[in-house]
Design a protein around this ligand. Structure first.
Ligand SMILES: NC(=O)c1ccc[n+]([C@@H]2O[C@H](COP(=O)([O-])OP(=O)(O)OC[C@H]3O[C@@H](n4cnc5c(N)ncnc54)[C@H](O)[C@@H]3O)[C@@H](O)[C@H]2O)c1
Length: 249
């Protein structure tokens, strides 16, 4: 798929990796519908780019049905909305709250699936290109899907779910000319990570092999571009991580 033909829904577009992807694709001629819960961040990005936007929760069926309803011809979804929390299963502060576990699964996993099904439903009506392609879906997992740290039970479970659903959905949607891939980022310089203490950030960077620094939203967006433009990439989860392997803590 050529970038100038891309008509993309990007979630989590008010910040971080979603924002970086929105700016990257917009500069290259894509038409965008940007979605985020954070109205302030979202409006700023949408106004800068002259893009359509919708303030809402990706895990909310009614809101998201409304969000994509009039975005006819959508041929790309980049799922970036997500939350990260840290909590131990049992600790001196008590047990892991079940509500918290559910919330993380709801936003990260169910929210991604909600967007995916709503967009795939529309994509199947697109005219196929010369390869028979009608759409491309890109999810965002995390290396925590594979090497989650202590305190990441909910986050890792949510991201593992995204990795797990990638192949079966790619297999199913192939019949409609829709590819499905997932990016599993390592450590990226976004508000999500800068919320952690400097000490935690340093110890995380120390486990990166090369380059020994945080990734940027530009590097994430460049992989989105590769997935969009390389029709052979399908049903795969790609680690983008400088070969980091997260330590237990
Ligand atoms: N930054 C990293 O190091 C890193 C590493 C691995 C994976 N990830 C994943 O990448 C994605 C983007 O993260 P980021 O670093 O850009 O974080 P971020 O916090 O900068 O951006 C996430 C955005 O998602 C939005 N969001 C949260 N819940 C939402 C909901 N229910 N509905 C709609 N929007 C919602 C937030 O408002 C925010 O604007 C997330 O899924 C995250 O888990 C990030």
């Amino acid at each position: 798929m050529k970038l100038e033909n891309v008509k993309a829904v990007i979630t989590g577009a008010g910040s971080g990796l979603g924002e970086g992807t929105a700016r990257y694709l917009s500069e290259r001629g894509a038409e965008l519908l940007l979605i985020d819960l954070n109205e302030e961040g979202l409006k700023k990005v949408a106004n800068d780019l002259g893009a359509n936007y919708f303030v809402g929760d990706v895990s909310n069926e009614i809101e998201m049905t409304k969000a994509v309803k009039d975005f006819e011809g959508v041929n790309c979804l980049v799922n970036c909305a997500g939350i990260a929390v840290g909590a131990k299963v049992v600790s001196s502060r008590g047990m892991h709250s079940l509500n918290l576990f559910e919330k993380v699964l709801n936003v990260n996993l169910i929210g991604s699936f909600n967007m995916l099904r709503l967009c795939a439903d529309k994509m199947q009506s697109n005219d196929p290109d010369h390869e028979g392609e009608k759409g491309v879906i890109i999810n965002t997992a995390s290396v925590a899907a594979y090497d989650g740290q202590i305190g990441q039970a909910a986050y890792s479970a949510s991201k593992g779910g995204i990795v797990g659903m990638t192949l079966p959905i790619a297999r199913e949607l192939a019949a409609h000319g829709i590819r499905v891939n997932t990016i599993a980022p390592g450590l990226f310089s976004t508000p999500m990570l800068s919320g952690m203490s400097e000490e935690v950030q340093k110890s995380l960077i120390a486990t990166t092999i090369f380059p020994k620094r945080l990734g940027t939203s530009l590097e994430y967006a460049m992989l989105v571009e590769s997935i969009l433009t390389n029709v052979l990439l399908n049903g795969e989860t790609i680690r983008l991580d400088g070969s980091v392997r997260l330590a237990p803590r």
